[in-house]
Design a protein around this ligand. Sequence first.
Ligand SMILES: Nc1ncnc2c1ncn2[C@@H]1O[C@H](COP(=O)(O)OP(=O)(O)O)[C@@H](O)[C@H]1O
Ligand SMILES: [Mg+2]
Length: 318
Amino acid sequence: MNDLVVRTRGMTRKFGDVTAVNEVDLDIAKGTIYGFLGPNGCGKTTSMRMLTGLLTPTSGELEVLGNTLPGEAEKLKYRIGYMTQTFSLYRDLSVKENLQFFSKVFGLGHREEKQRIAELLDLYDLTDLAKQRAGSMSGGQRQRLALAASVLHKPDLLFLDEPTSAVDPESRRDFWEQLFDLSDAGTTIVVSTHFMDEAERCHRIAIMEHGHKRADGTPAELMANMATNVLEVEGKDLRTLRKELTALPEVRSAAQLGARLRVLVNKEVADPEAWFRSLPQSKEAQQVCKVRPNLEDVFVTNTGNLPEPGQPAKGSGQ
Ligand SMILES: Nc1ncnc2c1ncn2[C@@H]1O[C@H](COP(=O)(O)OP(=O)(O)O)[C@@H](O)[C@H]1O
Ligand SMILES: [Mg+2]
């Protein structure tokens, strides 16, 4: 036995000509909050559907909670929770009725059902809304109900597909507090997102693009191991400067943030500030300094004009 809750090797799913998930290897340890970070269409939902046993992989090895998929998918049913991307509860049922319905699905006994529902209504601040129809609730309230329904049976592994896309920032923060409580209690959580700030809260993340996993690790590791350094440049005519810098082979990307340019320079350039000052373009700049990377820098460095794995990327020095 090891403490890996999810282990995949070469996980792949094709839909006709589209390879939605392409040779993805994952190792997710017990109790981790693991994030899939990437834009629409990168394969987050397809990965989750395979890991929950709902979708058969085209190829690859998948082991979830000690069960080999797809063969042993049935054994996962009572041990995983899955909050899908679209609200999938009954809009015409009340909050309490929705939870009662899911208790029956998960086979909770009468006493256990009563106790668990009372506990969850309290925990997720839904007690006063118990009789309200789910369809008439706000985004944040619906999301709390969906989370309550997905943890009713106390799953060991919880999948949350873009859980906070439809909620305000405050509800998002509260929701994450609840995830950390679940994680502290030993629940492993796999969460997908296209928000950088949300990914930064995860213990570990996989950066995904076009079905590939481009990088993975803790947010701190990913920032420390980035293949670029980050410069911030202040100056005149940033639009022109941005265009000129982007054309240089050493520059991975340049993006304007208010009155500054954030420039990602390949790490092969040993002293990026000195390198920048040696450029003819630097006379346009009033100030340049090397700054700490953030997760967006990590994302940009690992995606975009990257070719297929195995081929050299722009300015990679190969
Ligand atoms: N059932 C399906 N049939 C055909 N193509 C699909 C299906 N599901 C997903 N895809 C395609 O697979 C790719 C990945 O989709 P998805 O996993 O939903 O990405 P994400 O959740 O990251 O937005 C997309 O190109 C999408 O169009
Ligand atoms: Mg999706």
